[in-house]
Design a protein around this ligand. Structure first.
Ligand code: HH2
Length: 271
């Protein structure tokens, strides 16, 4: 089965849902809703990575994510923390998170050492440049080869730092220093990322390339998000990071058996 990572953004400025779940109770309720809808992992983040977002200090980021992670982990949810700060990751793991989702791919040696020591799961993501600069005319000779090469190098670096390779997922970083055609090419050729031998995560949900193609604002990109996610599952993604869990679960209930990935087909009368 294709796994789903449900997004819980505890931020005032995330690109699609900034400010909606800044209150911890609202974020916890949202996480519970996503889990009830079928999310396998809840990805809790306290700092937006959208181009131009304000930087957040570790104390503020911790204050945002820790109560949410604690409550969701206490429910028995599998939680990942979306952070590139070792201090935040450390506290999040102590609060019950099991996975560190680092959009900078453990480039901070302190983060690599922490993940090795904790024995947690890790998501390594590709980003060209920094969130501030990444969308300033990104260029590649061969985007798939370049992203694959980066992820291969980061996999080796993480393993060399002592992170268990079996606990690593890789992510080409849709929208992180990529023009529309780069995102499309990556999604089309996930087989070349999957051949690194680790599960591939894709975060296409509601992103700008979908808006650029469909001419829809961020709150009307569900159809495009489902299309990108399902195509990604068919080309090699094992995990979809999404905002709209219920609709994606429904789409995967049809797509997974076609891809030969499903358990038994249940529910519905088939009429
Ligand atoms: N995308 C975002 C944030 N974290 N992590 C992974 N592994 N892959 C992604 O594609 C990814 C990610 C950006 O999306 P979102 O969290 O909705 O927005 P923001 O960064 O503005 O909070």
């Amino acid at each position: 089965m294709t796994l789903l990572m449900g997004i819980v953004n505890v931020t005032p400025d995330s690109f699609s849902d900034g400010g909606r779940y800044l209150d911890p109770d609202a974020a916890i309720a949202h996480g519970r809703e996503l889990r009830a809808a079928g999310a396998d992992v809840l990805d809790v983040g306290g700092e937006s990575t959208r181009p131009g977002a304000a930087a957040v200090g570790a104390p503020e980021e911790k204050a945002r994510v820790l109560p949410v992670i604690e409550a969701l982990a206490a429910d028995g949810a599998r939680v990942s923390v979306d952070t590139s700060k070792a201090e935040v990751a450390d506290a999040a793991l102590a609060a019950g998170a099991e996975i560190v989702n680092d959009v900078t791919a453990l480039r901070d040696p302190a983060m690599a050492a922490l993940c090795a020591e904790a024995g947690c799961g890790v998501v390594l993501m590709h980003m060209k440049g920094t969130p501030r600069t990444m969308q300033d005319d990104p260029t590649y000779v061969d985007v798939v080869a370049e992203v694959r090469g980066f992820l291969a190098e980061r996999l080796e670096a993480a393993a060399a730092a002592g992170v268990d390779r079996e606990r690593i997922w890789v992510d080409p970083g849709i929208g992180f220093g990529k023009a529309v055609e780069h995102n499309l090419e990556l999604i089309a050729r996930l087989d070349r990322i999957a051949d690194l031998g680790r599960p591939v995560v894709i975060g296409a949900s509601r992103k700008n390339f979908i808006g650029a193609i469909t001419d829809r604002p961020v709150d009307r990109r569900l159809g495009g998000s489902i299309a990108a996610g399902i195509v990604a599952a068919s080309t090699g993604a094992a995990v979809l990071r999404v905002h709209d869990v219920a609709a994606t679960v429904e789409a995967l209930r049809v797509a997974d058996p076609i891809l030969g990935r499903a358990g038994p087909i249940a529910a519905g009368t088939g009429s």
